[in-house]
Design a protein around this ligand. Structure first.
Ligand code: SAM
Length: 289
């Protein structure tokens, strides 16, 4: 099989299978031959590992994963691609393509059935239109995965990996930090894709914590992230003002809770650490908030 990064190979495959790339599914395929080996290496996959891939496209990253892992399962939403993938991945007997929407497939069951006790990594060049929902689903469901190594839009990478308490942080940075240790690895220029997107991309790796940073009950987790989202719902306001209007709670109650937790009431949301939010949530819970 000629290289899947070769434009003439891609065009000939598309012609033979009557396939045209779909913008709606975020289909920008990697054509720089250096990128997929680098992503697969960054995921730290060993020969005994299982890998869950999201969106194999024509299989260019899948192939690199299959060369390194014991088993690869790739979830692809576009029903036109599995027949094409059967040809491009014919040389690998350790790959299974699952047709479906990664936001709807029962990933826990899939991982259990396909990988058993193997260490598992998630690796993907993500469809950018649903980066956050996919990552939040992977983290919130507490799937038994060691790490998540994915390509995303560079701005999303910065936000996802920003340490809480810094200017670049947003509500999602706190969720990521709660579940995982995040690192930005390298950037990838638009010319590395076909068709070239308008934006620069970046590869990030999230090493999933064995126990989340706060180790809360599911209910308490929900209320923590409700609080964080409320604080970030109006970035120009102080956290106290934003939380008060976001949660519809008297401002005086928020101010008192902040004071009692030792927090400066003038803090802006991005100045608060995850620990600050954890303490404030615990204090507000006593007031029934
Ligand atoms: N892995 C290929 C590569 O690197 O060239 C393709 C990456 S392309 C950016 C994103 C892929 O995700 C496409 O194959 C697209 O059809 C697929 N996709 C989009 N939305 C999806 C969803 N909800 N569930 C599963 N796959 C999805």
């Amino acid at each position: 099989m000629p290289a899947l990064t070769d434009l003439s190979t891609i065009r000939s495959l598309c012609d033979r299978y009557g396939f045209s790339l779909s913008k709606g599914f975020g289909q920008n395929f990697i054509i720089n031959p250096g990128v997929c080996p680098r992503i697969a290496e960054a995921a730290g996959i060993g020969p005994e590992w299982g890998v869950l891939e999201i969106g194999p496209g024509i299989g260019v990253l899948t192939e690199q994963l299959a060369m390194r892992a014991a088993r690869v399962v790739s979830v692809e939403i576009d029903r036109r691609l599995p027949p094409l993938l059967a040809e491009t991945l014919a040389g690998y007997n350790n790959v299974r393509i699952v047709e479906g929407d990664v936001l709807k497939v029962d990933l826990k069951a899939l991982i259990r059935e396909e990988f058993g006790d193997r260490p598992v990594a998630v690796c993907a060049n993500l469809p950018y239109y649903i980066t956050s929902p996919i990552l939040m689903r992977l983290l919130e469901e507490r799937l038994p995965v060691e790490n998540i190594t994915v390509m995303v839009q560079r701005e999303a990478a910065q936000r996802l990996c920003a340490p809480p308490g810094t200017r670049e942080a947003g509500a999602i940075s706190y969720a990521v930090d709660y579940y995982a240790q995040a690192r930005q690895l390298f950037t990838v220029q638009p010319g590395s894709f076909y068709p070239a997107p308008k934006v620069t991309s970046a590869v990030i790796r999230l090493d999933v914590r064995k126990t989340p940073k706060g180790d809360l009950t599911p209910e308490a987790e929900k209320s923590l992230f409700r609080l964080v989202r409320a604080a970030f719902s109006q970035r120009r306001k102080t956290a106290a003002n934003a939380i008060s209007s976001g949660l519809k709670v008297e401002k005086s109650a928020i101010l008192q809770a902040m004071e009692e937790t030792g927090l400066d009431v003038r803090l802006r949301p991005e100045q608060m650490t995850l620990q600050d939010f954890l303490s404030l949530r615990a204090r507000l819970e006593q007031d029934g908030v």
